[in-house]
Design a protein. Structure first.
Length: 670
């Protein structure tokens, strides 16, 4: 009987088969298949659940000491060129497979309640299955080219899911923005992949690293060219994992259904970039300058995301910028030469951030009963408050997520984030300072979200405030007259069950990464675990950990006094005094405005100028050629009379002209 690792290729194939069957059914028998909601949901959930079970079996195999498994076949060959495809299962892949399938299954269960009344229910589940399959295929890919194929499939699925409600203008624009920004990064990734193949004649991760080192040593590839190729490949993760300045698509992606926000921003699309950088660690570790660039980009991203989150009033966008910030921490770890620390934070973050997003969806689901389905109202925290009494499960799990992401021990976020800060302190102390300040900001804005949403008095019945928010957003509610105001209540079990499940790893999974005895590092790289344990010193760990907890506690305390006790008016103390800074953060560092002016309007201006050149120059040359041909034809027709005497006269005249010409140009005497 084959081991789980031997049949791991089934993990991405099972949900793919389910998605293809339901997708073809929608195309061929749309009305009939849309009426089979529960059978379709059960079928797709079963296929994804089978992938999850197989992923856990693979993880158990790897934990038991089974060697990595790689199966390849020749996909294309021409002369000496051979392109292998297949799948690979190793400890890193096993962890990612278990993580992605767990989150995907819980999100699918949650979606059954959240999308229950949506007319696109079946289409949504089909997209979910296809998206999960694409991410799982990316994880088991054994080389860069195969990863690129699934990379693009993940991007296509994200476009479909972000723009799922395509009849909403905001969703359509967000999907287009995500698609275009990711194409920028993917273009750099493709150039880098092709360049690395040119330099090493391989797409395999380890062979690329070894081949490039050998090429530099032999002088066939200059060092600067190798660095450029590495940075080009990094452009792909910059876009997928929302790193500055290609992060701008991710907050807008909140226009998609909330379960998609949980899936994209927790364990799938944004994790793909971090995962790829971890896979390429043998390559990047050869170039300290490249690692420095990655670390700087990560530090800027984590600070940028946290600073913008300070001013957000939209619950989902506050969590979105929080995701941007946490992805920055992961990239900071990669740049500090600590990919396992970054991957550990990816794992812990996946659980508590998925729980936070699903919790926000539970809140929005309840708010829609009161204020209607207009996102401007249902997602604005100024209309929330006091939800803890009505939604205790959602509130408790959301609070657990806030504590975890704030880095308070013993919850998961403390161990993973503190490991990154410790590595940064040893490698780039300045960047550690950025991460340290960001930790305090994170704790403040997350508890700001919690207190505004779940504590105090409920503000959703304030019609005047609703009107002001709608006017400020320029929104129009079409079905407002048909909306019957309901009462706040806890979400159904299909939505609260995933929250309760995710709360468990959010609390305990960090214990697998304690720096003095990290089971996570031991599993992925035993040699590094030995070195990590040998280099661990309580005298270094305790001061850094204490400082990290202290600044997080300070952020929580400020949020407590400002938004729970209402004894600090931050609007007067900070926003009014530092209006320029507040405006800068409220307008998201003006990066969207800059992109609009330079790239959107600039590209349109360039297009108009190209059109002018095409109309006046290109078309002018073509038209002039036609006119010349027409004119010459009209003139020459008079010489085509058909009379032999006329032709003889022309020949005689030509002879006379030649004689006269040679006479004038004759050789002068002596």
């Amino acid at each position: 009987m084959p081991s789980a690792s031997e049949i791991a290729w089934l993990i991405p194939v099972l949900p793919l088969i389910g998605a293809l069957v339901t997708g073809l059914g929608l195309i061929s028998f749309n009305q009939a298949v849309n009426g089979l909601r529960k059978p379709v949901a059960i079928t797709l959930l079963t296929s994804l659940g089978a992938s999850a079970v197989l992923s856990y079996a693979v993880l158990v195999d790897q934990l038991g000491g089974a060697p990595p498994v790689e199966h390849l076949f020749v996909w294309a060959s021409a002369g000496n060129f051979v392109l292998p495809m297949g799948y690979v299962v190793d400890p890193l892949g096993a962890v990612m497979l278990a993580l992605v399938t767990t989150i995907a299954v819980l999100v699918m269960i949650y979606s059954h309640g959240y999308m229950a009344h949506d007319k696109g229910y079946v289409r949504f589940f089909t997209y979910l299955a296809l998206f999960s399959s694409s991410m799982l295929g990316l994880i088991v890919s054994p080389n860069l080219l195969e990863i690129y194929v699934f990379w693009e499939l993940v991007g296509m699925c994200s476009y479909l899911l972000v723009g799922f409600w395509y009849d909403r203008e905001g969703a359509a624009h967000a999907a287009q923005k995500a698609f275009v920004v990711n194409r920028v990064g993917d273009f750099g990734l493709l150039l880098g992949i092709l360049g690395l193949f040119w330099a090493t004649q391989s797409f395999d991760f380890q062979q690329i690293a070894d081949g490039l080192a050998q090429a530099i040593e032999l002088g066939t590839v200059p060092t600067w060219a190798a660095i450029v190729l590495c940075l080009l490949v990094f452009m792909g993760p910059m876009a997928k994992s929302a790193q500055f300045p290609l992060h701008v698509w991710l907050p807008d992606a909140m226009e998609g259904p909330t379960p998609i926000s949980a899936l994209i921003h927790a364990a799938t699309m944004v994790a793909a970039g971090v995962f790829l950088v971890a896979r390429l660690e043998p390559l990047y570790s050869q170039f300290p300058s490249v690692e420095l660039v990655i670390a700087i980009v990560g530090a800027i991203t984590c600070f940028l995301g946290a600073s913008i989150a300070l001013t957000q009033m939209d619950l989902k966008k506050g969590l979105a910028y929080s995701t941007v910030s946490q992805l920055g921490y992961m990239m900071l770890a990669m740049g500090c030469g600590a990919p396992l620390a970054g991957m550990f934070h990816l794992v812990t973050h996946a659980f508590f951030k998925a729980m936070l997003f699903l919790g926000s969806g539970s809140v929005i689901h309840a708010m829609e009963e009161v204020v209607g389905h207009e996102p401007v109202l249902a997602q604005d925290m100024r209309l929330m408050g006091g939800l803890r009494q009505k939604m205790p499960i959602t509130a408790i799990t959301f609070l657990i997520g806030c504590i975890a992401i704030s880095g308070i021990p013993p919850l998961a976020g403390f161990w993973s984030k503190d490991e990154i800060l410790g590595q940064a302190f040893q490698t780039f102390p300045v960047l550690w300072g950025v991460g340290f300040i960001t930790a305090g900001m994170t704790a403040f804005y997350m508890f700001r979200l919690y207190f505004l949403t779940f504590e105090g008095q409920f503000r959703g019945h304030d019609k005047e405030l609703q009107s002001q928010l709608l006017q400020a957003a320029g929104a129009v509610v079409e079905d407002d007259e048909n909306h019957t105001e309901g009462a706040l209540h806890e979400s159904p079990w299909s939505m609260t069950f995933p929250l309760a499940v995710l709360a468990v790893p959010s609390v305990f999974i960090g214990l697998f990464g304690m720096p003095w005895n990290s089971a996570f590092v031991t599993f992925l790289n035993p040699e590094e675990a030995v070195a990590m344990t040998a280099n661990f010193h309580w005298g270094e760990f305790i001061p850094l950990a204490f400082a990290s907890v202290l600044i997080s506690s300070l952020g929580i305390t400020v949020a407590f006094f400002a938004y729970y006790l209402r004894r600090l008016d931050l609007t007067k103390l900070i926003a009014a005094r530092f209006s320029l800074i507040n405006s800068f953060l409220s307008n998201k560092w003006y990066l969207d405005d800059i992109n609009e002016k330079i790239f959107v309007k600039g590209s349109r201006k360039l297009a108009r100028e190209v059109l002018e050149v095409d109309a006046k120059v290109v078309d002018g040359v073509v038209n002039l050629t036609g006119l010349l041909t027409l004119g010459s034809g009209e003139g020459l027709k008079y010489f085509e009379t058909g009379r032999a005497q006329f032709y003889a006269l022309i020949v005689f005249g030509g002879v006379i002209a030649l004689v006269a010409l040679f006479g004038v140009l004759g050789t002068p005497p002596g």
